[in-house]
Design a protein around this ligand. Structure first.
Ligand SMILES: Cc1cc2nc3c(=O)[nH]c(=O)nc-3n(C[C@H](O)[C@H](O)[C@H](O)COP(=O)(O)OP(=O)(O)OC[C@H]3O[C@@H](n4cnc5c(N)ncnc54)[C@H](O)[C@@H]3O)c2cc1C
Length: 491
């Protein structure tokens, strides 16, 4: 089947996984990636001996035999990753008060009952839900018939999923009176579906959401190596400008440098908006697709301030969220009183011995401000980055006295950085937000009136995340194989 050529636009997790699945089924594949490395949002960067992680907090599917683990094994040898399972998901502090969100639901319940004494009913309900979801067996791979047993076991849980699926994080926060817990639920991305946190904590409770030592670079490196070992090709600095369509069929792409490449099938693993409205000039967007892009809300973009600290911070939590009294102004229209730090003392590959890499993530929807500033006024852009870095440094040094005067490296990435290196619409961190209104219903992977063209990745799977890249790649590759009359060799 070497004569069926597939061009894959984008070498993030979805593009790489699609490449592996299609190579495993004999297609001649080439990934076209605009950046100089693969990974897209699943990346990190190195500076003066420190590595600053952009993405992975946890990887669903990290545990042998649990949900998604078998699918990861289809695309790379996940056994080569060493996973770190912190018993603590995160610590939240306000002034002298502290609440620890444990991964184990029993410990979590005991901690919340002790600290949020007015919220007994809400705490018990929350912990109970995590326990119930952790017991669910989620179907994966296989046919409907092969999964019938798993579907039947899900049936009794449907009323519960339906009931809580109607709530956002902000809605659920109202059940608590404890101010720290209220902030935990409503202070982040408050439109997010409440079930997103329940499922995440349930996967953690199962031990199925570990952090891979070496982070995104290590994991993506292993997948890219496997793809190449299977004979797949990847071309870097290859930005696709247009997807070529002739007589209602995708037939290739035009690169930014004018080069034209022909193929039997084109898959876009790049940003959805750019794919549909720029690369395909909106020619294959019907009302339904336009409505999605007009009404769905994407995850926000972000400013990331990273520190290389010349001190060992291993006595501190790996993930700490500070509720500060004085808001940090991130950009016009965005202020934040929640400042979260990931203290990477648990990853020895991220800093020289005795030192620590730390990152702070600050969400913003004002990507235009940063993109326009970078384009029009480089000096002010730099000054704005330094301003935010100084505000974050003050909070960091206030909470971590051991780090005072020991910050050796400061790095600031903005929404303009996200757009420049990944092309994501509005600098979004994760594609479409999973809200009570969207649910987890998958969006179409094909466009009306265009044959031999498919989409994969976070923009067709609300909620995004690395699992979305893997699962959309699997689903779409299976369909491409079927459309080409090739037997799917996997379950
Ligand atoms: C701060 C942060 C924390 C996160 N934490 C987690 C986590 O803990 N766990 C988890 O599972 N997920 C997490 N995510 C989400 C996860 O990183 C993303 O959902 C996922 O990586 C998206 O993969 P993708 O392949 O769909 O898209 P992308 O990663 O955006 O890949 C798209 C690729 O296409 C390329 N491209 C775009 N346009 C073109 C073009 N015209 N021509 C050629 N190439 C092009 C881009 O350069 C990019 O490489 C996090 C994300 C962020 C930002």
């Amino acid at each position: 089947m070497e004569d069926k050529k597939v061009l894959i636009v984008g070498g993030g997790i979805a593009g790489l996984c699609t490449g592996v699945y299609l190579r495993r089924h004999g297609f001649d594949t080439e990934i076209l990636e605009m950046h100089t490395i693969s990974g897209g949002l699943a990346t990190a960067w190195k500076k003066d001996g420190f590595t600053f992680e952009n993405c992975i907090h946890w990887l669903v599917g990290s545990k042998d035999g649990k949900w998604l683990n078998a699918a990861w094994k289809e695309v790379f040898d996940i056994g080569r990753l060493e996973f770190f399972e912190d018993p603590v998901f995160q610590v939240i502090e306000r002034g002298g008060e502290r609440i620890t969100i444990y991964r184990n639901p029993d410990r979590l319940e005991a901690e919340l009952l002790a600290k949020a004494t007015q919220d007994v009913a809400a705490v018990r309900e929350f912990a109970g839900l995590i326990r119930k979801i952790a017991k669910l067996h989620m179907p994966e791979g296989g046919t409907f018939l092969q999964n019938l047993g798993a579907y039947l076991k899900l049936v009794p849980c449907l009323p519960m999923l339906f009931k809580y699926g109607k709530l956002s994080m902000a809605d659920y926060s109202k059940r608590f009176t404890n101010p720290i817990l209220r902030e935990f639920f409503s202070g982040g991305i408050s439109d997010l579906s409440f079930l997103a946190i329940v499922f995440s904590l349930a996967w953690m409770a199962q031990g199925n959401a570990g952090y891979p030592i070496g982070g995104s670079l290590r994991m993506i490196g292993l997948i890219e190596d496997n793809y190449k070992k299977l004979g797949g090709r990847i071309r870097f600095k290859a930005r696709v400008k247009r997807i070529l369509a002739e007589n209602g069929r995708a037939v290739g792409v035009v690169l930014e440098n004018g080069e034209e490449l022909r193929a039997d099938v084109v898959v876009s693993a790049a940003d959805g908006h750019a794919t549909i409205f720029d690369m395909l000039e909106g020619l294959f967007a019907d009302d339904g697709i336009r409505r999605i892009y007009e009404t769905y809300k994407p995850f926000p973009s972000y400013v990331q301030v990273s520190f290389g600290v010349g001190a060992d911070l291993r006595e501190e939590p790996g993930h700490i969220t500070l509720l500060v009294d004085k808001d940090i102004e991130i950009d016009p229209g965005t202020t934040e009183n929640i400042v979260a730090f990931r203290v990477f003392h648990f990853d020895p590959t991220f800093a020289p011995p005795g030192k620590t890499a730390v990152v702070c993530f600050l969400a913003t929807y004002n990507h235009e401000y940063w993109c326009a500033l970078r384009e029009k006024d480089a000096t002010r852009y730099e000054a704005e980055k330094q301003r935010v870095a100084a505000a974050v440094t003050a909070v960091f040094e206030g909470r971590f006295p051991k780090a005072r005067g020991k910050i050796e490296v400061v790095d600031v990435a903005t929404p303009a950085t996200v757009v420049r290196y990944t092309g994501n619409w509005r600098g979004s961190m994760e594609g479409w937000l999973y809200t009570p209104a969207t649910g987890i219903r998958q969006l179409p992977c094909v466009l009306p009136g265009l044959r031999s063209f498919y989409m994969v990745g976070q923009w067709i799977s609300p909620g995004g995340g690395l699992p979305a890249g893997l699962m959309t790649a699997r689903r779409v590759s299976k369909r491409i194989a079927k459309d080409a009359g090739i037997r799917w060799e996997l379950s």
